[in-house]
Design a protein around this ligand. Structure first.
Ligand SMILES: Cc1cc2nc3c(=O)[nH]c(=O)nc-3n(C[C@H](O)[C@H](O)[C@H](O)COP(=O)(O)OP(=O)(O)OC[C@H]3O[C@@H](n4cnc5c(N)ncnc54)[C@H](O)[C@@H]3O)c2cc1C
Length: 75
């Protein structure tokens, strides 16, 4: 199980958390799959990096026939 939860509010902050915690960290966006895997011991994890507060990764847009899901620059 994990012992620490980090909740960055920007992509650079999230990347810094990933760099700091390395392979012992997992990104979580709601936890539906991650928490089930942790309970099963699928991958040893000490830190959860919760990306649900990152505005840059939110939003689904359709412009000129192109659908964009999340990603930098999105609302
Ligand atoms: C019991 C159960 C029932 C389910 N029922 C349904 C169903 O009826 N219909 C359906 O469509 N799906 C279903 N699912 C699947 C599940 O809802 C989906 O996989 C969904 O995408 C989980 O969303 P989450 O945000 O909670 O993901 P999480 O568990 O938070 O993350 C899923 C994976 O994506 C990675 N991740 C998350 N965000 C990022 C990011 N920004 N960058 C990089 N990696 C990232 C995580 O590290 C993890 O590996 C079910 C799952 C379970 C366990």
């Amino acid at each position: 199980m994990w012992s620490k939860v980090v909740r960055p509010t920007s992509v650079p902050e999230a990347l810094a958390a990933l760099a700091a915690h390395g392979a012992s960290a997992r990104i979580v966006a709601g936890g539906t799959d991650v928490l089930v895997e942790l309970q099963r011991g699928v991958k040893p994890t000490s830190t959860l990096i919760d990306v649900s507060a990152l505005r840059e990764l939110k939003g689904v847009t359709s412009t000129g026939g192109v659908v964009t899901i999340g990603g930098p620059g999105d609302p």
